[in-house]
Design a protein around this ligand. Structure first.
Ligand code: ACM
Length: 472
């Protein structure tokens, strides 16, 4: 039996009506510009389903809601049902709480084949998430082809071997790893996402997290005559881009390629974790912000870019990841902010304290903890709240080397995050958990998602003996 109380994320308002609608039934879609952005109204009567939608996104979300009402089999890749289905009658009036409901996917540490990225986009859409932040470059790999600089992918997309788990020792797996996307692969990803109301925000990380680029073009680094290899460790490399005009020029050309592929208004430039950062590194970041601004785009930088305390040369979105305070300060200073604090929404972090939890790194983020995340921090003045565009979950992939591992880390915590980002009003965890267990996990099963069961990993989801590095 399906019903309005099975929906996830929870809609704004439901008005049940008597009767049932035999499905399949005629579906009509009408634009209604009086509705708020991404909003929709779904009316189900015994004869038909009528959607009124604000825009393309509203139409996508209305269809996702209808899909949930049809039942778990609507999430299979092909129809297997020959029997009669029924929908409850009534009206759903819905709109998102936040305009930015994001998820970062790190394709740099462990490359994800294009098919995995497309599948991940489909899973975001099923949860009414609307931003895929694609982390394309890092110390351990460069994943976007730039025809002008072929060595970025000929050299920078491949590493000799990888650390397994997290430790300080020299042990590696002895297995080469790599891969990259062509411009057309990325255009396909962007188009596939756009059909699902999702914007792909690319990230090229500067001036740290750049060792793969320096391995390809040593003149980008501080020691042009030193040959580095693409990093085989996890952590933060101390090899930085040289903050020189020639390096800025190189990256201007890289961003030209990025802008030709990604129509997003917001373009990620990283700026996080720059060991030994100097004023010259701040200067470097400012030149990139300026370059994007001149081309009609906005930079998205991690909160470290505010540390120098210098005014930024263009409107810049701040990703508040080291905590909530940076986001509060940025919003009060007039910057738009995406809240993604590692204390709440880092989905690579461990899900329990149990010894079976695979490769336990980072803080403890249980499902309940993620569900309770509030993107508007209490210290934020009313007058600055409009600067919080929304929230973003982060899936870093040092320890997630397959789609199965990503599924395990992301789900069902991403379902909890989706509700925190979409739904208004108080959150009731026991009710959420009951809805998830009875109605939403069957949808994930139908989608073929290998989520973490609520009571712990299945035997093949454990990684006995692989060390992690928990924090508390
Ligand atoms: C980050 O987690 N370094 C943004």
């Amino acid at each position: 039996m399906t019903g309005f109380d099975t929906l996830l994320p929870r809609p704004l308002e439901v008005r049940p009506a008597p009767g049932e609608c035999r499905w399949p039934a005629p579906v009509s879609v009408e634009r209604d510009t009086s509705l708020p952005a991404e909003g929709y109204r779904l009316e189900i009567t015994p004869e038909r389903v009528a959607m009124r939608v604000a825009d393309d996104a509203g139409e996508v979300w209305a269809h996702q809601t209808l899909r949930q009402l049809i039942g778990p089999d609507a999430f299979r890749a092909a129809s297997i049902h020959s029997g009669q289905l029924t929908l409850p009658c009534g009206t759903i009036i819905d709109q998102p709480r936040f305009a930015w409901r994001g998820c970062l996917l790190d394709v740099a540490r462990n490359f994800r084949p294009k098919a995995d990225v497309l599948r991940f986009i489909e899973l975001l859409a099923a949860h009414k998430l609307n931003v895929l932040h694609l982390h394309l470059t890092d110390d351990q790999g460069w994943r976007i082809e730039v025809p002008r600089f072929p060595k970025l992918t000929e050299i920078g997309a491949w590493r000799r071997e990888s650390m397994v788990g997290r430790h300080d020792g020299p042990e590696r797996d002895g297995r080469p790893h790599g891969g990259f996307y062509t411009g057309d692969d990325l255009r396909e990803i962007v188009a596939y996402a756009a059909e699902r109301a999702i914007t792909v925000v690319p990230e090229i990380d500067v001036p740290g997290h750049s060792r793969a680029a320096i391995a390809a073009y040593p003149e980008l680094g501080a020691h042009p005559d030193r040959r580095l290899e693409v990093w085989t460790s996890w952590g933060v490399s101390t090899d930085l881009l040289a903050p020189e005009e020639s390096t800025v020029d190189f990256y201007r050309a890289v961003f030209d390629e990025v802008l030709s592929i990604f129509p997003s208004d917001v373009i990620g430039i990283g700026g996080d974790e720059v060991p030994g950062a100097t004023d010259r590194h701040a200067w470097f970041v400012e030149r990139i912000i300026e370059y994007l601004h001149e081309r009609g785009r906005r930079a998205l930088g991690w909160d470290e870019i505010l540390d120098p305390g210098r005014p930024l040369p263009g409107p810049t979105v701040i990703g508040s990841w080291r905590g909530e305070e940076a986001g509060v300060r940025a919003a009060i200073a007039g910057h738009d902010v995406v809240m993604c604090p590692e204390q709440y929404v880092y989905l690579d972090h461990r899900q329990s304290d149990h010894p079976d939890e695979p490769i336990p790194v980072g803080f403890l983020h249980t499902l309940e903890h993620v569900y309770g995340y509030e993107p508007l921090p209490p210290g934020l003045l009313e007058s600055a709240r409009h600067h919080v565009l929304g929230a973003q979950a982060q899936v870093w992939t040092e320890h997630l080397d397959s789609a199965r591992r990503v599924d395990y880390a992301a789900f069902p915590r991403l379902c909890a995050f989706a509700e925190a980002a979409w739904s208004q009003g108080p959150r009731d965890y026991p009710k959420f958990a009951a809805r998830l267990r009875a109605h939403h996990l069957p949808r994930l099963d139908a989608l073929g998602v290998e989520y973490r069961p609520l009571d712990g990993p299945l035997p093949w989801q454990t990684r006995p003996g692989v060390p992690g590095r928990p924090r508390s």
